[in-house]
Design a protein around this ligand. Structure first.
Ligand code: NAD
Length: 487
């Protein structure tokens, strides 16, 4: 704790053409600590003029020295960025915790190491990829030539700020693109430090640019509609995705979307219950439930329903809700007042819809300030309740019994979302059968959040467009030309 105490929050400026700059109109907004409601610092509020400046820098850099870097040189830069993130791990984890309200221990063990790994992974991956070639009898040889997409707008959410930014930025830079980044307005700090790191690692000026600000009528809107931005990589809510699609339609941008989820966690009676409960605690409440992959709809086969609810609730009551910088804290503060009110609104809806609050549902005792909510389990809701149908994105889960496989598959798919699902069973045939019928891009059997960065990641239905990970990211951040040579 000694070192962390010395780490201070920072004021956040834009980073454009290799320099930290304030907004053209000098506007700023306050960054609020969700754990204390105190002001952490100021953030430059970017708008169209700042985005224009950043896009011009990114466009120049695309044609400048960055164009002539070799794959090996870019790989070395990515590796160096990953190394520098690890060198500043504790500082970054501290800033992430201050900004988001997540426990420092979580940021220090998951968010920041994974941010470094995103760069290390793509440092290796980009050096091993090839392109297709086809020999058409004696007539012709066809091969694909890969080049960057151009200037990429990266628009980010607040829940895993550095982890998700680096997940996009590493392959984007690896394939030779330049970027204009807009972090979420509630969590600007680690993205700002990453700009320093990129510069130190040897990223040329203008290749990476950052503009802080809000969504529509602000930096986010200006990026979405900018005619000189070629592609947008967006992570956030489906409604925002639609708005960005509308703004981006005039210039027909290439889009990659990772959106929300209302993910089913399906527990069959033959599952290993101790392991189920241990993992379900994480898949329900890690990061205050503010993870797109959280299994917020829990379905339990009737014979073990009562036992599951009572054992799960007992463990959940033992979770420590506390200040994000306290070592013992399991569940920190939610990110903002606006989000806290929204999540509490769902608890009220559950009560009105006849739900039973098994545990939680209220601010923990002893917290006058900060956006804290006890981890909450709700039962007895009908499938039409908004709590079952809509993404709550907080420490709130519903538990529903089921009797037969077909019924739970139908309920699991009864949503506009299709991001992820978890299935717990010892029956291998059933695991395959159910997995193949669940409409989700990511399906875990007897585990949760186990990731291999080579695999396709993303959602179907309203949970996303396209896949990232491994070659899927390479394809998004590059354009292919097919060259045909007559033999
Ligand atoms: P959000 O959609 O409200 O905001 C995301 C970003 O978009 C922010 O930077 C915001 O300023 C910007 N924005 C808002 N309106 C805009 C507009 N009209 N034009 C351009 N930019 C605009 O999402 P959020 O509340 O920050 O994040 C939570 C959501 O993100 C949840 O739905 C969650 O499931 C989803 N998410 C998905 C994944 C995934 O991998 N699928 C990962 C993390 C979060």
């Amino acid at each position: 704790m000694q070192t962390k105490a010395k780490i201070k929050s920072i004021n956040c400026q834009h980073f454009i053409n290799g320099q930290f700059v304030e907004s053209k109109n000098q506007r700023t907004f306050e960054n609020i600590n969700p754990a204390t409601e105190e002001v952490l610092g100021t953030v430059s509020e970017g708008g169209k003029e700042d985005v224009d400046y950043a896009v011009a820098a990114a466009r120049r850099a695309l044609k400048g020295p960055w164009k002539n870097t070799t794959l090996q040189e870019r790989s070395k830069i990515l590796r160096r960025i990953g190394d520098l993130i690890l060198e500043r791990q504790e500082e970054l984890a501290h800033l992430e915790s201050l900004d988001t309200g997540k426990p420092f221990g979580l940021a220090n063990s998951i968010d920041i190491p994974r941010a470094a790994y995103n760069f290390h992974f793509y440092a290796d991956y980009i050096t091993s990829i090839g392109t297709e070639a086809y020999q058409q009898d004696q007539q012709a040889l066809h091969y694909s030539y890969r080049r960057p997409v151009g200037v990429v707008g990266i628009i980010k959410p607040w829940n895993l700020p550095l982890l998700l930014l680096t997940w996009k930025l590493a392959p984007c830079l690896g394939m030779g693109n330049t970027a204009v980044i807009k972090p979420a307005e509630w969590t600007p700090m680690t993205a700002t430090v990453l700009m320093e790191i990129c510069k130190q690692a040897g990223v040329p000026d203008g290749v990476v640019n950052l503009v802080h600000g809000f969504g529509p009528d602000s930096a986010g809107g200006a990026i979405s509609e900018h005619p000189d931005i070629d592609a947008i990589s967006f992570i956030g809510e489906p409604g925002t995705g639609s708005a960005i699609m509308r703004s981006a339609s005039d210039s027909l941008k290439k889009l990659s979307y990772e959106l929300g989820g209302k993910n089913p966690n399906i527990i069959f009676a033959d599952a290993e219950l101790d392991e189920v409960i241990e993992t379900t605690i994480k898949s329900s409440f890690v990061n205050q439930g503010e993870v797109c992959l959280c299994g917020s709809r829990i379905y339990v086969e009737r014979p073990i329903y009562n036992e599951f609810v009572s054992r799960f609730a007992e463990k959940v009551r033992a979770l420590i809700v506390g200040h994000p910088l306290d070592e013992d804290t399991n569940v920190g503060a939610m990110v903002s007042k606006e989000h806290y009110d929204r999540v509490m609104g769902y608890v009220e809806i559950a009560k009105k819809d006849g739900g039973t609050i098994v545990t939680g549902g209220k601010r923990p005792d002893g917290f006058e300030k900060g956006f804290y909510l006890e981890p909450t389990i709700i039962t007895d809701l009908s499938r039409n309740s908004r709590c079952i149908r809509e993404e709550i994105f907080g420490p709130v889960v519903t538990v529903t019994p089921f009797d037969i496989e077909e019924e739970v598959i139908m309920q699991a798919n009864d949503t506009h979302y299709g991001l992820s699902a978890t299935i717990w069973t010892r029956n291998l045939k059933r695991a395959h059968r159910v997995s193949h019928q669940i409409e989700a891009g990511i399906i875990w059997v007897n585990t949760w959040f186990l990731r291999d960065l080579r695999t396709p990641f993303g959602g179907m239905k309203n949970s996303g467009i396209g896949r990232t990970g491994g070659m899927h990211s390479i394809d998004f951040y590059s354009e292919l030309s097919n060259i045909t040579i007559k033999l």
